[in-house]
Write a protein that binds this ligand. Sequence first.
Ligand code: NZQ
Ligand code: ZN
Length: 382
Amino acid sequence: MKFAYQNSTKIFFGQGQIEAIATAIPADSRVLVVYGGGSIKKNGVYDQVVTSLAQHQWQEFSGVEPNPTKETLDKAVEIVKSDRIDFILAVGGGSVIDGCKYIAAASHYAGDGWDILVGKHTVTSATPLGAILTLPATGSESNSGAVITKAETQDKLPFLSPFVQPMFAVMDPDVMKSLPERQLVNGLVDAWVHVCEQYLTFNHGHMVQDGYAEVLLRNLKQLADQYPQRDSDEWRANLMWTANQALNGLIGSGVPHDWATHMIGHELTALWHVDHARSLAIIQPSLLRNQLDNKRAKLEKLGTEVFRLPQTGDLAERTIDAMEALYNNLGVSTKLTEYQGEKTAAVDKVIEQLQKHGMVALGETQAITIEQSKAILQDAIA
Ligand code: NZQ
Ligand code: ZN
């Protein structure tokens, strides 16, 4: 176990915390407030931002779409450059926050921002940013990752940089009251899979990371079980904080990571606009069955510690069944139906994209080769 761990994002958690931005953003900043399709104008979040920024000089950029595109974000990059913006405030879910990370990094670079995603440019500085989270799911509000799409070529790629770690994140669970059911469920599923990507690998005996991951999974299972009672302050706060902890770097420190479900899932989103969380629910059960022998020990541990399943010879198999049932009970499908045309053509299309993106040896031991991805997709695509 060897790692460096720092999470520098200051968290303002709880009801009414949006007003904290009044002092969290340096008073002399020229602020760009960035948001998505306008949900914040209907649920009162925008009004709270306006009130809290009364003493600041600010302007806004809207229209960041779910699965944010470079094409849209580049317009904001131009504004940051031309108007000498020196603070970016993201107000939204993972898409807006990721989009702001791209804007922050690309605005400190003279070339095409996409170079960051393809590894042609390494980020060495960025415009400072903060976030007001409106959808608990990705953990983007206090991590250094972002996933950006190039619509033109249907590429959806991640980048990581400590320079785009938000300075602060406001997490007021009240903002979740306006979330459509679909997004609420997506958040729960995404957070669940984030923990799995960092936990369901092989036995390493790192007790803190494993133990805390199990706590988070038990929370998410309980919140899923209590889904009919979701209209409560407690339920919302617990989901928001659990989803944050699932991907803030802590449980991933010093342990092997998988992320194959995410990398294959991103291709489904880029090709057929499948919601991010739903792409994961489609891929993960098939992937776990494909990798059963490599992951048996941790699947058994998850089955025991989270689902409290009895110790039988097929415990790992039944753990995957229990995870699939958890998704299905939330109304989330575990088979892809959104593709157009023949199934074999759909499998080939995803494989082609994975090859193009160099995703040819995925997972904690690089065991998921193109052959394995193909078998996984044949099982996952209806
Ligand atoms: O556009 P607006 O109006 O904001 O509406 C959004 C959007 O339509 C809506 N919404 C958000 N908060 C709301 C609300 N509607 C009503 N009330 C509210 N309070 O929900 C829709 C989806 O929003 P989006 O931000 O796209 O969802 P999510 O937070 O799930 O983010 C998904 C994106 O994050 C990336 C995904 O790939 C995807 O692009 N991820 C980022 C990660 C990271 N940075 O660490 C890790 C994740 O694995 C993930 O890949
Ligand atoms: Zn995710």
